[in-house]
Ligand binder design. Structure first.
Ligand code: CO
Length: 449
């Protein structure tokens, strides 16, 4: 029998919590007053950077994401800071050149990130090669994330294979990333047991409560031996966010996997963040009241996607056809080779389903869908429907190499463009901000000249 270890906790109140519940509108000023206290809790890690925070800093909060990271590092010297990275997409929505990816990762580590959780929407490890290489070189702990979904191509055996590939590439730990809340408690038990049996590196669970299963799934994962779970302090937990930190700490407190974290200390922090949440809701008029959504279990729509879909449908005058679009999603997903639904594949499958309902199946095929079929995002888990493929790209060849091999180095060109725009001599960090989000970065530089 393996020794039973305390369950470790990664706190997400500074990143995924606010991203899932208040559209990433938490400012660094809202964090500063309690950073020392968060650092004292004894968390395994604090997820505090990456994901949508980078874009939101520049676009909505008038903040420099790099300076935020330095503040966090300075005030939380004891606890590792974790970031979420979309592999070759970094924190943006396209594939970037290898030189941008490498430099971005190097600078993230230099400025304070210790753990990099990296994933690819299609679970195509070729899209993670450069990230792993750069992260290892920079001395980061590299965590490979398995994007969880269900399909004939996503059995526990497939995830085990994927995890082994990532460990071979240098993964220091593996994460089961259940962004839509699809992982049921008993499926988690099976998956965790299988992965724990065969992997030597630590295993973490990242899940969302969208379907109402989150806390139960986290408990079953803990019982099955997962090393770390992701939770958010209660004001930023539940529904589309993670299970609550206090609830999970209390859940396992009397059992063999007790975390050893102090509920009183967590409660004090939760009270503080409750005030922050109220303030954010007032200032930005965001809706933080989400209903549980078991529809996700049937249609696989991640939490944030429903509002996107509704907007798109309104734009096409078919806002009354939500049920038709939801029913169309599994078909489109199957036709496109069962991609997991996470940024950017969720949007791609979603728009295709909306178009199919509005105009008839595959009468009009958006550019991104064609790109997916061409292999520009990587290899899809299952085969693409041949008829759909013919309709989309005819006899055009499909690429079977690593998509980023076709992208020339971009870093120097970015500097030149910034020179031309009247911003010579910016830091490499600023150049990277510009590479990821050109327009928002420029307008940020202008207002902070
Ligand atoms: Co998440």
């Amino acid at each position: 029998m393996a020794e039973v270890k305390p369950l470790k906790i990664t706190e997400t109140v500074l990143r995924d919590g606010p991203q899932s519940l208040v559209a990433t509108r938490m400012r660094v000023q809202d964090m500063i007053p309690v950073l020392e206290k968060l650092d004292d809790v004894g968390y395994h890690a604090i997820e505090a950077w990456g994901g949508a925070t980078f874009d939101a800093c520049l676009r909505f909060l008038d903040e420099d994401p790099w300076s935020r990271l330095r503040i966090l590092r300075h005030r939380m010297p004891k606890t590792p800071i974790q970031m979420l990275l979309r592999g070759q997409n970094l924190l943006g929505y396209n594939h970037y050149a290898d030189d941008i990816v490498s430099e971005f990762i190097k600078k993230s580590v230099e400025n304070g990130v210790s753990i990099i959780r990296v994933f690819d929407a299609l679970n195509d490890t070729r899209n993670l090669e450069t990230s792993f290489r750069a992260g290892k070189e920079a001395g980061a702990h590299m965590q490979g994330a398995l994007v969880y979904t269900t399909s004939p191509y996503h059995k526990p055996q497939d995830f085990l294979q994927l995890a082994k590939e990532m460990v071979q590439m240098g993964a220091d730990s593996i994460c089961i990333k259940d962004m839509a809340g699809l992982l049921t408690p008993y499926a988690a038990e099976t998956l965790v047991k299988q992965l724990k049996k065969e992997l030597e590196v630590p295993l973490e669970l990242h899940n969302h409560c969208t379907t109402g299963l989150g806390h139960m799934t986290a408990l079953k994962a803990a019982e099955a031996g997962v090393d770390i779970i992701d939770t958010a302090l209660s004001p930023f937990s539940g529904t589309t966010s993670q299970p609550s930190t206090e609830a999970m700490v209390a859940t396992v407190a009397e059992g063999p996997r007790s975390t050893g974290l102090d509920l009183m200390q967590l409660n004090e922090l939760a009270e503080y963040f409750s005030g922050v949440k109220t303030k954010i809701i007032h200032e930005f008029h965001v809706n933080a009241n989400f209903d549980l959504n078991p529809k996700v279990l049937i249609y696989q729509i991640p939490g944030g996607m429903l509002s996107n879909l509704r907007n798109q449908m309104a734009g096409m005058g078919i806002e009354d056809k939500l049920d038709d679009v939801l029913k169309e999603m599994p078909q489109v997903r199957k036709d496109l080779g069962y991609p997991p639904l996470v940024t950017p594949t969720s949007q791609i499958v979603g728009s295709m389903a909306v178009m199919n309902v509005a105009m008839g199946r595959y009468k009009m095929i958006p550019r991104e869908v064609k790109e997916l079929i061409r292999g520009r995002y990587g290899k899809t888990p299952g085969p693409i429907n041949q008829e759909v493929k013919k309709q989309a790209i005819g006899d055009e060849p499909v690429i079977d190499h690593r998509p980023a091999d076709d992208i020339k180095p971009q870093l120097f060109a970015m500097r030149d463009r910034l020179d031309e725009a009247g911003f010579p001599g910016l830091s490499t960090e600023d150049v990277l901000s510009y590479a990821l989000f050109p327009e928002v970065a420029l307008s940020y530089f202008r207002s902070h000249r």
